[in-house]
Design a protein around this ligand. Sequence first.
Ligand SMILES: CC(C)(COP(=O)(O)OP(=O)(O)OC[C@H]1O[C@@H](n2cnc3c(N)ncnc32)[C@H](O)[C@@H]1OP(=O)(O)O)[C@@H](O)C(=O)NCCC(=O)NCCS
Length: 291
Amino acid sequence: MVRQVNRDSGVRARLRSWPGDPAIRHLVLLDSTTTPAPGDVARWVALAFDGGDGGAGGGGASATGAPARAIRTGAVFPRAAEAFLEAGFREVDRLTLLERDLVDIDDLRRRGRDRDRDRRGPGPGARRGVLRTVRLRSGDLATAAEIDRSSFAAGWSNDVDSLRDIASATPQARLRLVTRPAGGSSGGARAHGRPSHGTRSPRREALGFSITGRAGTTAYLQRLAVRPSARRAGAGRLLVDDALGWAVRRGATRALVNTGAGNDAALELYRSSGFRPLDEPLVVLELDRPR
Ligand SMILES: CC(C)(COP(=O)(O)OP(=O)(O)OC[C@H]1O[C@@H](n2cnc3c(N)ncnc32)[C@H](O)[C@@H]1OP(=O)(O)O)[C@@H](O)C(=O)NCCC(=O)NCCS
């Protein structure tokens, strides 16, 4: 179920089923800088639970027919959270928002050169040379969803539809897989390959993926995951570098990313890629259906 909720206040939201749990409605503000009024939240709650007064018909049931058990917001700024808290929502997750200036990109170029040297190298960095990013096609979304499932706690991962939604949240998006030649040690990774000049190219296995969006001069690292068995080998860094390089080529002057406040691996990856945490956190809020 996906509904565009478009009200007079100008604050627009989208309501859909939560990936993997159709009884939870996911309410996403279409513009994360807007601040809903209590009246907006009351209407969205009515729409999600009763199908009432949302302008889109309904009955409070998802495409699978499951009645709504709870409503969960996307990541919102604290000032946008106020109206939700007033309506009885509670905080269920807190995220750190990080920013990186893309105006000075010398270090990005330097990193690219270092990687090229590693590729030729001997030494530990040489293992990164076998990693490569390739375009993530529509047919690869199931693999990406499987990697996402293995990377995030139950209830917080994406399926193919929600990955598509993430990719279409910004006017432009780049979707990449990070791969290595099949037969590596990751066990169970699905081979990824496609015909080239009438023959099959050497098959590579997908280890991770990224979705990066751009709107105006801001790039958003929307989703990034590396399968657990392939971590600490440079795949995450390669995806971040790829995302930032693309963003710069497309004219972005800053990049934003958010991640769980306790996600030390991701925070360290972003910090060491030049991101700095912003003071304001983001929060995710949830409301159970009233009994
Ligand atoms: C975060 C994640 C993408 C990192 O992928 P990865 O392939 O292991 O990362 P890399 O090997 O490229 O590591 C790059 C740097 O990140 C940091 N890092 C990565 N994992 C770390 C960990 N477990 N602890 C501390 N630092 C870590 C290090 O600085 C590392 O550099 P180093 O290996 O030279 O020390 C991966 O752990 C993951 O998929 N986690 C679950 C999903 C997730 O949290 N996604 C991001 C938030 S949306």
